[in-house]
Design a protein. Structure first.
Length: 133
């Protein structure tokens, strides 16, 4: 076992009084492994600036400037984080999401279908797409 000790004891970090933090489950539960480098940078920035509800509203221009990204990289990073459910985004608001499992992110409850007859694969896909074809 390796004995650990601070390399710079005078600079041991303390938990700050503001809202920001990085949940260790990001690594322990392997969420970080689904992030591109740009997505990880965007996530770190959003976690740092978010309020107690995980909300922030930095503009695309400000994010691109602060993270040295172009619009394509920012869009891809945002889509990556939304796809893996680390953030929600509805212009101009970002929300850093809880890492707790959430059965549904939609505000509407799922539609329950009676199970009195088998469904075709087409009907199953239609339900998955919210009734859209």
């Amino acid at each position: 076992m390796i004995e650990k000790y601070p390399i710079c004891p005078q600079l041991v970090r303390k938990i700050p009084s503001q809202f920001s933090w990085v949940d260790h489950r990001l690594v322990r539960e392997r969420h970080i492994e689904s992030c591109s480098h740009q997505a990880a940078a965007l996530y770190l920035f959003l976690v740092t600036v978010a309020d107690s509800q995980g909300l922030s509203y930095y503009s695309d221009a400000a994010l691109m400037r602060r993270l040295s990204m172009d619009v394509t990289a920012l869009d891809a990073a945002r889509q990556n984080l939304v796809a893996i459910r680390l953030i929600a985004y509805k212009k101009p608001i970002y929300q850093v999401l809880s890492l707790d499992p959430a059965p549904y992110l939609d505000t509407q409850p799922p539609v329950r279908m009676p199970m009195d007859k088998p469904l075709s694969i087409t009907e199953i896909f239609k339900q998955m797409m919210g009734g859209r074809q």
